[in-house]
Ligand binder design. Structure first.
Ligand code: UT7
Length: 335
């Protein structure tokens, strides 16, 4: 911790997922695929997706309220809201919409961070900066994504992977002097941006040369992402642990971004962490982008796989390409 910095407490974690379930079997109605193909390549059995007018703001509101309740903090006590959303339903901005839904009348700062599936860890880093400097006390991070509305549902190599969901984390200045952040790091490499793309482009002004039309759909080079991440993430996570002065056996649980079971296994094997310490739920939700870590965290505690107080390793990667890792102390009652 930087000298003089105010320690941070992770005070509450919540989540919300839509009710509608789409199974691998359901996807066979859209294109030529099978449960066996999808499950063996990804570890996914089903995903939740929004239906009708339900959207990421509804999910984000529920997750935020859930996290605030766990933290025992009233919405009006928040000093800042960060929304980590890479598939937002509103570009201007998800965080402001969450502020509105929480009926916060104070003009606190609310803004979005676009760091794709690493968004929660990016949000946590930003929140930490503001809290550590003493500028703010209570910060809400909401990761919410409507991936299903931005997928090409005829592209079987991409649409099998994603689901919708929201996760939220309330972080505050620590009241007992203990810092819940043991290590925290974020990185990016724009050279790899072509691996996962989502163009946001409209028509040029009629007075100028027209632009090439680009569709607004998630496009992914699956194999390219896989190769890039499997090369990068295992060593990155191993370094994060050693630079924190820890050994793998000091880590009680690993909660990775839920993208692909084979990527998770690669990280797990590199750092030598046993199966029962690795929390996965992508079988039921697919890849819910930045929401996947908080959803897995809360479920891990709920289903008894995780016991708190514990040292938990979080790691994620996503479009950009962005990635990040954190080693945090999670206290009893946080989720
Ligand atoms: O947060 C960002 C997360 N993104 C990721 O984590 C992506 C990581 N990558 C992956 O998970 C894998 O690359 C995929 C699961 C997306 C694809 O698996 P793969 O083993 O890399 O398959 P591939 O793209 O090399 O395709 C192999 C074959 C192709 O057929 P041909 O050309 O060999 O005849 C594909 O057309 O599998 C075919 N294929 C499918 N077959 C059945 C692609 N998608 C499907 C499908 N069902 N859904």
């Amino acid at each position: 911790m930087i000298k003089g910095a105010i320690p941070l407490k992770i005070a509450g974690i919540g989540y919300s997922v839509p009710d509608t379930v789409v199974t691998n079997e359901d996807l066979t109605k859209l294109y030529d695929t099978s449960d066996e193909w999808i499950y063996s390549r990804t570890g996914i059995k089903e995903r939740r997706i929004v239906s009708g007018n339900e959207n990421g703001i509804d999910l984000g509101e529920k997750a935020a309220k859930n996290a605030l309740e766990k933290a025992g903090i009233e919405p009006d006590d928040l000093d800042m809201i960060i929304a980590a959303s890479s598939a937002p339903i509103e570009m201007y901005s998800m965080a402001c919409q969450i502020q509105k839904r929480l009926e916060i009348k104070k003009p606190i700062p609310a803004f979005d961070v676009s760091a794709a599936c690493a968004g929660l860890i990016y949000g946590l880093s930003i929140a930490r900066g503001f809290i550590a400097s003493g500028m703010y006390k209570n910060v809400l991070i909401v990761a919410t994504d409507n991936n299903s509305r931005l997928l090409d549902w005829s592209d079987r190599a991409t649409s099998i992977l994603f689901g919708d969901g929201a996760g939220a984390m309330v972080v505050t200045s620590s009241d007992d002097g203990k810092d819940d952040i043991i290590a925290l790091d974020i990185q990016a490499d724009g050279e790899q941006g072509g691996l996962i793309e989502l163009h946001l482009d409209g028509d040029a002004c009629p007075l100028v040369k027209p632009n090439d039309k680009r569709e607004m759909k998630i496009r992914m080079n699956g194999k390219g992402v896989y190769v890039f991440v499997v090369k990068l993430l295992p060593n990155y996570v191993a370094n994060l642990i050693s630079e924190a002065g820890l050994k793998t056996e000091d880590i009680d649980y690993m909660v990775p971004h839920q993208a692909n079971i084979r990527i998770i296994k690669a990280v797990q094997e590199r750092i030598g962490i046993s199966d029962e310490k690795v929390i996965t739920n992508l079988e039921n939700y697919g890849n819910t982008s930045a929401a996947s870590i908080p959803i897995a965290l809360v479920e891990g505690v709920k289903n008894g796989q995780m016991k708190l107080d514990s040292k938990v390793l979080l790691c994620g990667f996503g479009a950009g390409m962005t990635w990040g890792g954190a080693i945090v102390n999670l206290r009893k009652g946080v989720c």
